[in-house]
Ligand binder design. Structure first.
Ligand code: ADP
Length: 394
């Protein structure tokens, strides 16, 4: 049975078409610069890559062309072969704790919650509507980034601010990357062959978050009301003292959202290194002796270690620590530095095995007190799995 996973952004649409009988990928692709000059698509299938500039006025255009190309390129014979569409949805507030069949109510909620994810929720709605227009009544499933974190308890998700901010304005920790953290927890369940274990999932990419998981449920996570909170990221600061905001507003003659924009877009690795948000560039600069790059990597490692330490105590010890996403799956020196800082907890890794990139590997040695793994994340597959399971059980 074929299922398509969709990740719609404000000017892009990514897709993965799966054959769910064996969970293999049939095709993947990206439609970018939607509604902007220079729009184009890339489709990869059967070891081939097709790239073409094409006018894409909106998401409906992108979906129309995507479906046409799947037929033209003989990737599928007929649209009937696609039995379901799974959408990555960003913000389900505290209403959605699981994936759901997309109904008008879900679409209305996405629109109602747009204040909480102004770039993402409207884009998700565009993606859903475009598929509705193209494929009519095809079953569609929504998989929320926030859903996995709904098991956090009140003492965790509340901020120590006036309670009214929570009650009246919805100010609380929501958490993000939930689909990735859930994928990692499910992978660990397979590895450990049990459900009752404690782990820390480190999704460290350009964006990044750490998640404390007990018995397959999220206990705490580092992102908060928005994805700006938590660890240092490629361009995001992560946690800072909020009084910095009015201070910089005054210094630079900016308003609050401009300074928050700076914290989202020109901080993190980019801000500290004054060079790049990409860990590969930072590591190359360190090789050439650049001090700011060194400092940026040191701070990045420190923030991850701070969260792991915090969650180690919160969970009362852990069975496993898992690395995933761009940096977690590929960055050998960053993993090494993080694990070295955790040696006081009895973490020991095999430096030879740590040289592997982008693949599943158990890094920890037999005498390590905590098992350490690299597990490549696959949010698209989890979206397709949820889609299949929900449409089968309708
Ligand atoms: P996003 O949050 O945009 O999904 P990714 O998970 O793709 O981000 O992670 C991007 C980050 O992963 C970048 O900082 C990039 O440098 C890093 N990365 C990817 N491949 C490597 C590599 N081979 N070595 C070091 N870092 C890598």
């Amino acid at each position: 049975m074929k299922i398509i996973s969709i990740n719609a952004g404000s000017s892009s649409l990514k897709f993965t078409l799966f054959e769910m009988d064996d969970e293999s990928i049939i095709a993947t692709g990206l439609f970018e610069r939607i509604g902007i000059e220079g729009s184009k698509y890339t489709i990869k299938y059967n070891g081939e890559k097709i790239e073409q500039e094409i006018e894409l006025n909106d998401h409906t255009d992108a979906v129309k062309i995507l479906l046409e190309k799947l037929i033209d390129l003989a990737i599928i014979k007929s649209l009937d072969e696609i039995k379901g569409v799974g959408h990555r949805l960003v913000h389900g507030k505290d209403k959605y704790s699981q994936s759901v069949i997309i109904t008008d109510e879900v679409i209305n909620d996405l629109e109602a919650f747009k204040e909480f994810a102004p770039l993402h929720n409207p884009a998700n709605v565009l993606g859903i509507k475009a598929f509705k227009e193209a494929l009519g009544d095809i079953p569609m499933v929504g998989v929320f980034d926030t859903a996995f974190h709904q098991t956090m308890t009140e003492d965790t998700y509340l901020y120590p601010v006036p309670y009214k901010w929570y009650k009246e304005y919805g100010v609380r920790k929501y958490g993000f990357h939930g689909t990735s953290h859930r994928f990692i927890a499910l992978s660990m369940k397979k590895i450990l062959r049990k459900e009752n274990f404690k782990m820390i999932s480190c999704h460290i990419g350009n964006g990044g978050s750490i998640c404390a998981i007990k018995d397959m449920k999220c206990v705490d996570t580092s992102m908060g009301f928005t994805p700006l909170a938590g660890i240092m990221m490629g361009t995001r600061s992560g946690d800072i003292d909020s009084s910095i905001i009015p201070y910089v507003m005054e210094k630079e003659g900016k308003n609050a959202s401009e300074v928050v924009d700076d914290l989202n877009k020109i901080s993190g690795l980019l801000g500290m290194s004054e060079y790049s948000n990409d860990m590969r560039d930072i590591l190359a600069k360190i090789e050439s002796g650049d001090e700011k790059a060194k400092l940026a990597e040191k701070k990045y490692v420190r923030r991850v270690v701070d969260y792991i330490a915090q969650y180690y105590v919160l969970l009362g010890g852990v069975d496993a620590i898992c690395f995933t996403a761009g940096v977690g799956e590929n960055s050998v020196p960053v993993r090494k530095d993080i694990c070295e800082a955790l040696s006081c907890l009895g973490v020991k890794i095999d430096l030879e095995l740590n040289n592997k990139r982008g693949e599943f590997v158990k890094l920890s040695t037999d005498d390590s007190k905590i098992a350490v793994y690299v597990i490549p994340t696959d949010e698209e597959l989890l979206i397709a799995r949820d889609t299949l399971s929900l449409i089968r059980n309708r």
